[in-house]
Ligand binder design. Sequence first.
Ligand code: MIC
Ligand code: SF4
Length: 753
Amino acid sequence: MIPVESTPEFVAEAYRKMDARLSIVRNKLNRPLSLAEKLIFSHLDDPASDDLVPGKSYLQLRPDRVAMQDATAQMALLQFMSAGLKSVAVPTTVHCDHLIQARKGADDDLKNAVVTNKEVYDFLRTVSQKYHIGFWKPGAGIIHQVVLEQYAFPGGMMIGTDSHTPNAGGLATFASGVGGADAVDVMAGLPWEVLFPQRIGVRLTGKMSGWTAPKDIILVLLGILTVKGGTNAVIEYFGEGANTVSATGKGTICNMGAELGATTSVFPYDVAMDRYLRATERGPLADLANRNKHLITADKEVLEDPEKYFDRVIEIDLNTLEPYVVGPHSPDAARPVSKFKQAVKENHWPPELTNALIGSCTNSSYEDICRAAEIADQAAEQGKRSPIPLWVTPGSEQIFQTIKRDGQMQRFEKIGATVLANACGPCIGQWKRDDVNPDKTNSIISSYNRNFPGRNDGSPNTLSFLTSPEITLAYALAGTLAFDPLKDEVPGMGFKLKAPNPAPDLPAQGYVKDEHGYQAPGTDDVEVIINPTSGRLQMLEPFPPWDGKDYLDLPLLIKAKGKCTTDHISPAGKWLIFRGHLDNISDNMFNGAINAFDEERGLVTHPVSGEKMQPIPKVARDLKANGLRWVVVGEENYGEGSSREHAAMSPRFLGAAAVIAKSFARIHQSNLKKQGILPLTFQNPANYDKIQEGDQISLLNLSELAPGNPLKMVAKHVTGESKEMLLDHTLNEVQIAWFRAGSALNLLREKSS
Ligand code: MIC
Ligand code: SF4
């Protein structure tokens, strides 16, 4: 049985393999290498033969480990089970963090979750036991924080069934978010296939001071690159400014690289990482990393002349960087705090804040908590409390126990804060709030990473703004967005806030260890029980293979307008309880998407009966019952956001044949391919406008589908008139084989039987 832990022996062996593979590629390329290139090349399945063209070649990589969170692990493990294997092939962990609903506070909410999710937790625990997976119990922490504390190591490569997996880039790990089917491949001992990413370099100069925090580095970058600017790219940070950021601060920045659509983000190994490894009781890994610096830092020639080695270089001067606030509804709607008050006025956003929230997987490090606590103290010293509800989500039990011991938690409670369970909670719509009428527009602010409509409390009328924890705290005290924390007096308090001091990045007395959150896989075989009448778990039935025929006159289910993220396609919140039951969760399909013809959310005209304002899942089920496949049309960056493969599996289950968009987000595009749906892009994006309500779509010459060859599509309008257009795709030979087999899993099952 392979160890779950990143033991010194495991890491030493990983470095040995990395060295060997890298020298093969070095001999071939004979040029200096960036850090991202080293991490990629040193994990190639076949370093001798792979072709290596950024943005073009598909790479076959050998990740060192896999992590899954409870909301995605269910579907991933159901797929793994149906592949018929005995054990996972690489160290793997499951983390119970997404299913805990935030309502009253940590203790009550956790007790409640353990009861309401018992069936799912039992399933995850027994499957973990059976296939030798490490299991982190509910309340132990959010996947990315636990991975950083326990498993990430400099130079490692990991994949995780969650888009914020790149958080581990804070420890120089190449960590990427994937759909469950990709995780199944790696757990089954196959390589992970990914498009060779383009290389974006970010040079950090200077040093942050005053109110500015690591979060601002990524928020300003989001403003520059936008939510699609990082698609199929690795963001590599370098420069003397990079060494001034703590390991956990680097984690924050890499975590939110997911919002850029990046494959991952990385920082080079440095002293801050050495110190973090030692503080988390992994001194031997720091010693190993120090002996292998050549593997985990860029070559000096690259740093001397980065423009020559990166596809694009962006410079951020930390001396002049201001705190940023982004939102609402998109993480790239970025502006410095000094311009925010004006923006609130001009856009008529309600200035009154209803809630403020700090923590989450992005921002709950010891340093974050210390700086926010300092702002809280300034109010407490004047006998003041937060005028609005303030919620604190620690990222892990280790952080929670440490801030309890060191007193920061009590400092938050003194100003009225409620500490929530170590879990995702309001970040993923697991927030039972009764304080506002969901039909009323209201504003909230948080230190989270995502702010799509409906994300926090299920209501698209909640305007969610994101910023650093210290700035969130300042706005909480003000209770209003019509406030500049750097300049104005706090309304109702009669004083101006002082900027927080630089805070310790690590606790002076070390972290308090979490002794109870982890369950190691035993050696006994266990039975995994899925009740056939369960509403929460359902065995998967294989999707039928392609019948070899062209898709002719398929109805258009929805032409989606504007942003169509995975939160629009497969909303979370109350639907999270069905993440292990494909049939039941499919009732949420496209509930958040805006139909381009009449701008209704989640409603369309039935393409066959013509009935208006029909819920999309109902229409899709009806088409399926009549033996019809259907098509979706979308705009830019379709499927942005989460890794949840439900956004591909529900459409597949209810009959989607193809999604035709202006462009796709990386993880979602590969999720569609894995499930046997064709992701196609308009060769001429303006053709999106030509698609009309009631169109019947034909995709021709499918038997000649080949890498690089465009597909012919005909859209037949209700008037009888037709439009022909060309569609591009990025399918390679193997992915075409998935399409033919009906899904990647069907092919895997064929091979393993
Ligand atoms: C998210 O932040 O959107 C999630 C919830 O963590 C998702 C995963 C999911 O939908 O389960 C992600 O980021 O991949
Ligand atoms: Fe959880 Fe939110 Fe982090 Fe996703 S972004 S892992 S929902 S805390």
